[in-house]
Write a protein that binds this ligand. Structure first.
Ligand code: ADP
Ligand code: MG
Length: 299
């Protein structure tokens, strides 16, 4: 079976349950290190993602992308602030209720396919296992395991052990496991980072196919501009906050809690830290930024 066969195969679809809204308000997250000091991973994230929206998170290493994903996925709780998934606040839930959220509402593909898979089990066993947490009533509504594996192009690898699958096949199996419970929010942390171009493009098309068929809200962390370009919305994080957004090809910076704005990189490169900038409002929707004369303050 070739890659294009996988995408052309229509396959049976499950009745769409649709995606959920995600809302973050003032989300802060600290990690306490063994040395006893705190690392601030998120410093006030405000973000709303509409039901069924597909968003790529971008930003330099260490800016908090993975942390935010684990909070949205109910894998850990934020130190402060609120997170709502489908209007339900998950940021204060106890562990038992969070387990319920993870088995019905949200699925997370952690970074590195093997972290999501049982290495000595077959494709079929992995998907079956992933589904165990789902309530029986939900399980009856879901695609049969072979159909689900067919959807991600692993029809011929159903009884193959994970250890014998290629990197691209493992990541597609991780996707099958993630959608095995019919989640309404799918989160994926750098799902294509270890893949070659062909496997990367196939995985990205499959992610979008999940969105098209089931209406799932999808959030992907990526370093790849090619992957990000396939998403209608990008959110660029900087230093634990949302610094910029791209929507339908237009770039925006985001006003921070204290009124700060990050300059776009190309302007920041020309206007180094400490540059004096005059800001003048022209009406309520437009301001101009003017760099002060270089001679100022030199006298
Ligand atoms: P990204 O995914 O954007 O690279 P992370 O969310 O992994 O960023 O990390 C954000 C910050 O939190 C970094 O400074 C990182 O070192 C720190 N961090 C992440 N996980 C832990 C942890 N388990 N313990 C301590 N610090 C952590
Ligand atoms: Mg990360």
């Amino acid at each position: 079976m070739t890659h294009s066969d996988i995408l052309l195969d229509e396959g049976p679809s499950r009745p769409g349950t649709g995606g959920v809204e995600v809302r973050c308000s003032g989300v802060v997250h600290l990690y306490r290190t063994f040395a006893g000091h705190d690392v601030v991973a998120l410093r006030g994230v405000d973000l709303t993602i509409a039901p069924g929206e597909r968003v790529a998170f971008l930003g330099p290493s260490g800016c908090g992308k993975s942390t935010l994903l684990t909070l949205l996925g109910g894998i850990q709780r934020p130190s402060a602030g609120q997170i709502f998934v489908d209007g339900i606040e998950i940021s204060r839930m106890n562990e038992r209720r969070l387990t319920g959220v993870r088995s019905r509402l949200v699925s997370t593909m952690l970074q590195g396919a093997t972290r999501n898979l049982l290495p000595y089990a077959t494709s079929r066993q992995n998907v079956t296992f992933a589904r165990l947490g789902a309530p029986a009533a939900v399980r009856r509504e879901l695609l049969a395991v072979p159909d689900l594996l067919g959807l991600v192009g692993l029809a011929d690898q159903i009884d193959q052990v994970v250890g014998t699958l290629s990197g691209g096949q493992r990541q597609r199996l991780a996707l099958a496991c993630a959608i095995a419970t019919g989640p309404r929010l799918l989160l994926a942390d750098e799902p294509t980072s270890a893949l070659g171009h062909e496997d990367r493009d196939l995985l990205v098309r499959l992610l979008h196919r999940v969105g098209d068929e089931f209406g799932t809200t999808i959030v992907v962390v990526t370093h790849s501009s090619e992957v990000a370009a396939t998403f209608p919305r990008t959110v660029t994080m900087r230093d634990g906050r949302v610094g910029a957004e791209g929507r339908s090809g237009s770039a925006y910076v985001v006003v921070g809690e204290d009124g700060t704005l990050h300059l776009p990189d190309d302007i920041a490169a020309q206007w180094p830290q400490g540059t004096l900038v005059q800001i003048e409002a022209a009406g309520t929707d437009r301001v101009t930024l003017t760099r002060a004369e270089a001679t100022q303050g030199e006298a």
